[in-house]
Design a protein around this ligand. Structure first.
Ligand code: AQP
Length: 345
């Protein structure tokens, strides 16, 4: 069966969204909503795989929602909601815990990074996180998932889960009326943002991340103009001037990262940026980069702050999105239960 194209993606309310989230994912989300049916989720059930302060979690769910909309997502056109309001995610997540194999999850590098040395003390949820992510996508039979580079492995796992479910239940899938025996599509990652892997401003070999203890490592989408400029000014660099060709960025991770960010923000390319700034000192380049970043990002921060003054309006948007999401996911979940042989009311 040919599945209709449908886009799903989400972000965790584990802190303020940052430049990596914006360039790696949100910009594609905005493009895709012009041409596709899109479902954009605040994945709060993923957030609680590590400890979250309850009051801060509620605030972060609203703030991520406000940032999505301030950055350009249209909640009338796209479905915008938080994951825990739609029970299909948790239900299908459990079913996928029973489909996925331990060996598959043992290979997930993000779990290894996030659990670190204290693996025995990590939550079971953190380990099973990729199964819930597969459920997020497949509860809507989504076919396209715009993400940053770091999510590629999880997407491959989602494809494996879809395939195994289709194989394990083939006869039953045919019995419920799907003659080709294919129940779930194999979702495709869309990793085409202007900067699919934005690195930390303090260490060009580490991904820019919400959970980095140093706030100087990232530009938050809620930072004001002065903070953005200060963080760029303090960004780690090396003593050499900028090269004139991309080959000169090799083995210079911090320079590579800053030039990539500039190109992405300016809608230009790395060779063009180097043609303009080759030979320049970082002090000059950082000033230009800060101007670009402030011009692009501070309107998002201003609008997010304005929206956060009206939490009831944000909650209304989330409730409306959740109702529209349930209208898609609930019939699919009913069919999943029929396929598995679970009795439903
Ligand atoms: N540095 C990055 N560069 C490009 N894309 C990125 N993404 C995240 N960081 C970068 C993309 O943003 C989307 C949402 O990510 P998430 O909120 O689900 O969590 P994450 O990937 O784990 O991001 P963080 O910032 O590192 O969060 P914490 O620290 O809480 O784990 C995804 O599409 C991701 O690829």
């Amino acid at each position: 069966m040919k599945f209709n194209e449908r886009v799903f993606s989400g972000m965790q309310p584990t802190g303020s969204l940052h430049l990596g989230n914006y360039l790696g994912a949100i910009l594609q989300w905005i493009e895709l909503q012009k041409t596709h049916e899109c479902i954009y989720c605040v994945v709060d059930l993923h957030a609680i795989t590590v400890w979250q302060d309850p009051a801060e979690l509620s605030r972060a769910i609203r703030q991520v929602t406000a940032t999505y909309i301030s950055a350009g997502l249209d909640p009338m056109r796209s479905i915008v909601f938080n994951q825990s309001q739609v029970s299909a995610h948790a239900e299908l997540g459990w079913i996928f815990n029973c489909v996925a194999r331990l060996g598959w999850l043992n290979r997930m590098t993000q779990f290894k990074e996030k659990a670190g040395k204290d693996r025995e003390n990590a939550s079971v949820g953190l380990y099973a996180y990729p199964n819930l992510m597969a459920a997020d996508i497949l509860a809507y039979r989504a076919t396209h998932v715009p993400v940053g580079e770091d999510q590629k492995q999880h997407l491959e796992l989602a494809r494996d889960i879809a395939q195994k479910f289709n194989n394990d239940f083939r006869e039953s899938i045919v019995r419920v009326g799907r003659e080709d025996g294919i129940f779930f599509p194999q979702p495709d990652p869309v990793i085409t943002g202007p900067a699919t892997r934005v690195m930390s401003l303090r260490d060009g070999t580490k991904k820019m991340s919400k959970s980095d203890p140093s706030d100087l490592s990232r530009i938050n989408l809620t930072d004001d103009a002065d903070t953005i400029a200060r963080k760029i000014q303090k960004a780690k660099t090396d003593p050499e001037p900028l090269p004139s060709e991309p080959a000169g960025l090799k083995a210079r991770p911090e320079a590579d990262n800053l030039v990539g960010i500039y190109a992405a923000l300016a809608g230009s390319s790395v060779p063009d940026v180097l043609a303009e700034y080759g030979g320049a000192q970082f002090s000059t380049f950082k000033k230009a980069l800060a101007e670009r970043a402030v011009e692009r990002l501070s309107p998002i921060a201003d609008e997010t702050r304005r929206m956060m003054q009206q939490p009831d309006e944000i909650d209304r948007i989330l409730a409306d999105g959740a109702a529209r999401a349930r209208a898609i996911a609930d019939p699919i979940m009913a069919e999943v239960k029929d396929v598995i042989g679970l009795i439903r009311s």
